[in-house]
Design a protein around this ligand. Structure first.
Ligand code: S3P
Length: 450
């Protein structure tokens, strides 16, 4: 057990996470299993709710975001067992049979819940749905899904000319479209494909670069008719569809593994293995970026589990060097950019991250927040309109920093703190529970004092 390096202070609603590396140093050692993939967890609950029969989900992420999805779909009539075990059962309603809820649906902090659900609700004729979210989600743009849904004939009202939640949806019989999305977004793609399940004919989405394809994989497994054209980044769903309940085995979330990939790479003497990590090629941009930086990461025992590739990742400390992260790589590591900024702060040279303006409309403005908070720790980091520029090799010092209620910021700052001189306090660290409920437990498990 570590002598006190990590402490948590709970106030009524907020947590302060204090990280105080001993002056003799620490390292990370051992094997770790990480929580289930957030994107796959949302989709398993949603498709389970739309399918006929029972869906069994093993390894669902029991974090706040999937809980929001489960709450919403229970309100719509699906029977979902309590989210407290490794095996969750969903008794679905069948396509088109969700009920008009007698309450406001609350997507909490979860953009995926709100955007994917909008496609499902908009295509349920003659029902009225009202949807809201927390103080972060009501600031995030919903017009990116409302515009294509409106082209399909949807009726959706929202704040600021229909772009922001709270939203009201009056379900309609929608028409098929071929949507050319201006952004590579799995949430946009999935929203339209899910709407297309209820629509007579072929609904197609083409995106400028390939985003995560979990919806496509899972829809096929549930029996939907779907074609993928990898040459044009296009997907077509043929409706009306009929989905049949399945067993879904959720792999570990590579976006959660990313914190440990970077932590072990920057803390001297570290050698850890992260088990059962989802390594779907639309998500492995982090492995490519870390390889460019000279990280020592080995993928072991790659296998296919319920239609998704999975591997164990062994990572050992290795001096990092700067790299350039941009273009089509961005959608494949979009959620890992905050922790990559931490890796860059410890890498020799100047790392630039471009083409990532999307980060400004995530759970926080991740470009601005990472630049501000890492600057407090002494990093040389500056904002670009669409990314960050980080010059590594300047030692970080402990500081008082804040998550801005963003889970990935909270955890990224905690990893930076492991390699900083002196104590760091991360305010509003409770945000980590959105995607990684026992992040602090994992941290304590891996730390070995030198
Ligand atoms: C997600 C897609 C991505 C990602 C988010 C989860 C998903 O968002 O950032 O955390 O599950 O579809 P965008 O579609 O906005 O890029």
């Amino acid at each position: 057990m570590p002598s006190v390096v990590v402490t948590l202070e709970n106030t009524e609603k907020q947590q302060k996470l204090k990280i105080d590396p001993p002056s003799c140093g620490l390292s990370l050692q051992g094997r770790l299993r990480i929580p289930g993939d957030k994107s796959i967890s949302h989709r398993a609950l949603m498709l389970g709710a739309l399918a006929e029969g029972v869906t069994t989900i093993e390894g669902l992420l029991l974090g706040a975001d999937p809980r929001s999805t489960a709450e919403c779909f229970s309100g719509l009539g699906a029977e979902i067992s309590e989210l407290n075990s490794q095996q969750i059962k969903v008794k679905g309603c069948g396509i088109g049979n969700l009920q008009e809820p007698d309450r406001i649906l609350d997507a909490g902090n979860s953009g995926t819940t709100m955007r994917l659900m909008l496609g499902i609700l908009a295509s349920h004729p003659d029902r009225l749905f009202t949807i809201t979210g927390d103080s972060s989600l009501v600031k995030r743009p919903m017009d990116r899904v409302i515009a294509p849904l409106t082209q399909m004939g949807a009726t959706i009202w929202g704040r600021r000319s229909g772009s922001f939640a709270p939203l009201a949806v009056h379900g309609q019989q929608l028409q098929p479209i071929h949507y050319h999305s201006p952004i590579a977004s799995a949430q946009v793609k999935s929203c339209i494909l899910l709407a297309g399940l209820m629509v007579e004919g072929a609904t197609t989405v083409t995106e400028p670069a390939l985003s995560r394809d979990h919806t496509e994989r899972m829809l096929k497994a549930f029996g939907a008719q779907l074609t993928v054209n990898p040459d044009t980044n296009s997907v077509t769903v043929f409706g009306p569809a009929k989905l049949q309940g399945q067993t879904v085995i959720v792999p570990g979330d590579i976006s959660s593994a990313a914190f440990w990939l970077v932590a072990a790479s920057i803390v001297p003497g570290s050698d850890i293995t992260i088990e059962n990590v989802g390594v779907n090629p639309t998500r492995t941009g982090i492995l490519e970026a870390m390889a460019m930086m000279g990280a020592d990461i080995q993928s072991q025992g790659e296998r296919l589990v319920a239609g998704e590739p999975v591997a164990d990742l062994r990572v050992r400390f290795s001096p990092l060097k700067a790299c350039e992260i941009k273009g089509d790589l961005i959608p494949r590591l979009i959620d890992e950019i905050p922790i990559l900024a931490v890796a860059a702060a410890f890498a020799e040279g100047t790392t630039t991250i471009r083409d990532a303006a999307e980060l400004r409309v995530k759970e926080s403005d991740r470009i601005q927040v990472m630049a501000t908070e890492l600057t407090k720790m002494g990093a040389k980091i500056s904002e670009l309109p669409d990314g960050l520029e980080i010059t590594g090799g300047f030692p970080l010092r402990g500081a008082e920093v804040d998550s801005d209620t963003d889970h990935r910021i909270a955890m990224s700052l905690a990893i930076a703190a492991l390699n900083a001189a002196g104590s760091t306090t991360i305010h509003r660290a409770e945000a980590a529970a959105i995607s990684y409920p026992d992040f602090v437990g994992s941290l304590q498990q891996l730390i070995i004092n030198n």
